[in-house]
Design a protein around this ligand. Structure first.
Ligand code: ADP
Length: 302
């Protein structure tokens, strides 16, 4: 059974639907991504799931609870990151962890969480003195303090340097290993590809696709493309005669062959039969970025 169910969610501002019929279901133990460009309606969607915004239409269930009606119960099973502005500058890390633990019936061991999030050396440090990465780790710790079944993490690596970003990714995987289901909002393709089991691609308030990263890539294109050079003359018919080959193009001294099935094996075997050696061979992979462009008609970064 799904742990989060969103069915035909609608949210309007000033008469305009910024979330317009969004549906998806998250299974227990998944890292489920909400991926889309800025302004697509991702935060609005997850804030409805968290009970922070009131939907104008549709239904939401989190562990069987209605986020609007069962708000008190929801707080005990769902952990969300706090906005930076919600923490007083002078509050120390250890104080924040203790204070927020007191809000829960069955809190996690905050010292252990601080250790996992490598904040144990910072317990006496004021919030305002933390680096960006440390603030992010603290906000994740606070989201996990209540031992939630579901954690909602929204753009958690925005503004972090590449190393800090990778550290946070490793952390998210460790949280999932503890059995927490994660709803992850991101506009970073690489983050979605690296972390998510499945994701909903949202564009202009609507779900364009729900699938695994590999599923999204394979649904747009099962064609492959290989590029190489051959050091002598080659009759294109050697390749165009193969059932796997759809097209052969030349780009300078380079050959670009597109096709399906086991294209690489078919092409290299045919060339070997003609005593032709292959140089600078490259296989072009379809990326999640390509899938996004095919599904939405534009790149996520634009
Ligand atoms: P995302 O998280 O995908 O960047 P948001 O959910 O934050 O998108 O926003 C979706 C759209 O709704 C944007 O056009 C944004 O300007 C608008 N929006 C969000 N919150 C409000 C609000 N409180 N009042 C009016 N418009 C809003």
């Amino acid at each position: 059974m799904a742990i989060i169910e969103v069915d035909s969610l609608v949210k309007r501002y000033g008469g305009q639907a910024v979330v317009n019929g969004v549906s998806f279901a998250v299974e227990p133990g998944e890292i489920f991504g909400i991926l889309g460009p800025n302004g697509a309606g991702k935060t609005t969607t997850v804030e409805c799931v968290e009970g922070l915004r009131k939907p104008d239409g549709g239904a939401i269930r989190v562990c069987g609870l209605d986020p609007q009606r069962d708000d008190g119960e929801l707080r005990q099973v769902l952990g969300g990151q706090l906005q930076e502005s919600e923490l007083p500058d002078k509050l120390k890390v250890g104080e924040a962890l203790q204070l927020y633990s007191s809000f829960y019936r069955d809190p996690a061991d905050w010292r252990e969480l601080a250790e996992i999030l490598t904040l144990d050396g910072k317990l006496g440090t004021q919030f305002r003195r933390l680096s960006g990465g440390q603030k992010q780790r603290l906000s994740i710790a606070l989201a996990l303090l209540g031992n939630p079944k579901v954690a909602v993490l929204d753009e958690l690596t925005t503004g972090l340097d590449p190393q800090a970003r990778r550290d946070v990714w490793a952390l998210v995987e460790r949280i999932r290993a503890r059995g927490v289901t994660i709803l992850l909002v991101t506009h970073f393709m690489e983050e979605a590809e690296r972390l998510c089991d499945r994701m909903a691609i949202i564009d202009a308030g609507q779900v364009v696709a729900v699938d695994s990263p590999a599923g999204l890539v394979s649904r747009i294109d099962d064609r492959q493309r290989i590029r190489f050079r051959v050091p002598g003359p080659l009759d294109d018919a050697v390749l165009t005669g193969l059932p796997e080959v759809a097209a052969v193009e030349r780009a300078g001294s380079q050959l670009v062959v597109t096709g399906t099935g086991n294209l690489l094996l078919a092409v290299t075997a045919a060339l070997a039969r003609h005593q032709l050696t292959v140089a600078d061979l490259r296989v072009d992979q379809t990326t999640l970025d390509d899938a996004f462009v095919a599904l939405t008609g534009r790149s996520i970064e634009s």
